[in-house]
Design a protein around this ligand. Sequence first.
Ligand code: PEP
Ligand code: MN
Length: 343
Amino acid sequence: MLIVMQMDAEAEQIDAVVEVVEQRGLKAHPIVGAQRTAIGITGNIGIVEPALFQHMPGVLEVIQVSHPYKLVSREFHREDSVFEVAGVKIGGSELVVMAGPCSVESYEQTLGIARAIKASGAHMLRGGAFKPRSSPYSFQGLGREGLEILARVREETGLPVITEALDIDVLDEVVEFTDIVQIGARNMQNFTLLKRAGRCGRPVLLKRGMSATVTELLLAAEYIMDQGNTQVILCERGIRTFADHTRNTLDVAAFPAVKRISHLPIIADPSHAAGYRDKVLPLSLAALAAGADGLLVEVHDRPDQALSDGGQALLPDDFEELMTVLRSLAPVLARVLPEHATP
Ligand code: PEP
Ligand code: MN
């Protein structure tokens, strides 16, 4: 932390700041400039509370120099984190594609979509059993029945599964049935859920909150890692802006921004970013070109009858086209798109 003093700060005011620093067992390093003095602080573990100094006489501003996160940062772990989930590599040079319906609606629907996406080359099946809906009157998901359907379809197709844990009450049940636990955008700062997910023994896909900064996303991941879970996948799914031509705005710059700071893999959800099927393919390409490690895409065979998010769901043929384009794009980006992750 750096405390910048006002130009006319008096020597006693500088001394008073130094005294507060030293009272806390930290070291103060006054740097006397031509116009003003700044005081550097060292010896702190974690963040020093800025409020300690902000309102002291003679203080102009308090600047945070070090970052509030550690486990997620490249300073802690230089290389990209790469891990395997049920035979699927996440991170590193390989791209991962997770696809499926927004909601699990029935066994037949889920199996049909799973077969189609597998034939096109998807590596994992997505599908929500517990749905976070804006309205309490909208379809809330099949709950446990949905989890059981996912397990049966996993058995049938060999595709590993990712599904959302909506709260701590259902986390253990979800863990029983899924390969990756999804934490949704609305829960990105549900700290109780994050801590529990950090102890759940499964990899976690953490979606960026719709109004969260990259720093807040990384701090949310830090909560999970702090509990001992090193297998965290970040997901950029679009943020709220004034733009109304899409449901959310895919923050393409988030990929290089995260990669610069963090070793964690980050994938894109172009479906919730776009909100409209026709924009899913271009946003997928933009995300991968910007450094995303894969995609989480919604696919439905009868989107007009889908119980949630039909407008943004790709038809199986659209998904086939997306995978074909990805096969050409991957080598250009020096990435590998594995043919099939599961036997
Ligand atoms: C979803 O994946 O279906 C979902 C609800 O996503 P988000 O949390 O990003 O809105
Ligand atoms: Mn959805």
